[in-house]
Design a protein around this ligand. Sequence first.
Ligand code: ZN
Length: 317
Amino acid sequence: MRKVFISWYFMKCQIFHSRMSKIDDKFMAQALKLAVLGGRSVAPNPMVGALIVKNLPGRPAGDRIIGKGWHQKFGGPHAEVNAIKSVRCKADLRGATLYVTLEPCRHFGKTPPCMNLIESVGITRVVCGSRDPFQKGRRPSEITFISGPIAKKCRELNKFFFTWVTRKRPYITVKIATSADGFVAGHNGEHIHFTSRAQDKYVHQLRAQHQAIMVGSGTVISDNPSLTVRYIIGKDPLRIILDSRKRVSKNAKVFKNKNYLHITKRTPLKTLFRQLAARGIASVLVEPGPTLYASLKKVGLIDALIVLKGSKKIGLV
Ligand code: ZN
């Protein structure tokens, strides 16, 4: 009889936990949507969204969102602060649950620690989508972490920030365009535009997502690109031109406005990326020619490789 009671009790517990985790996932997914609104305005800081919920099922009155907020710009108030501010009746915060896509800070940065504020307003449960590598030491007991696909999405959203903090270099995305039969240029090395309009739009989206874009001198000489964001609305990335042999003309389109870095000193790539990270650059999109691509591969500096295959064929001669 006792055995039956114990297994019944555990079954009840399991049902309760799976119901709780489904509810946690539902609210975290909504917080994630808020986080995305921060976009590149928060870089190199993370995008973070927060929801405040009162009276979860299992308690009387059901669940209700009483506040929401997100990190809107670099140096500005954190998502948790904005969410707490948005709650009309501050007494409602007592016993509420906070859903936040990234663990709240417990250190003094540009703003005071969010965890102090969370505790002082009476929030009793904090559900986080991802861990913050900045936060050291024992976590307060009210903090819990979700797992599963939504947690993965929370981590994925801030891959630039996590790489920047833990590896002291930017996240490096490499984009290559090829012909349908796998060539990157014409037979004489001449530039050929392989990609479709839709693929071009995607490239410009990538440019807008990254803080900087990097090319080698060969690409500037053969393609004369402007490396700006077009076809979509977005901020131009910082343009970085690697030109240790000083081959690029002053009249090249990449020098049209001041948002560029012309690297004329021979610098090892690892050092260069470390220097960029120190300047607050957490993401770089590289559009390399064969030489730069080989160098990046050799030193293992490719976090994501995007190959866009066009429909044109070059063919063998
Ligand atoms: Zn904070």
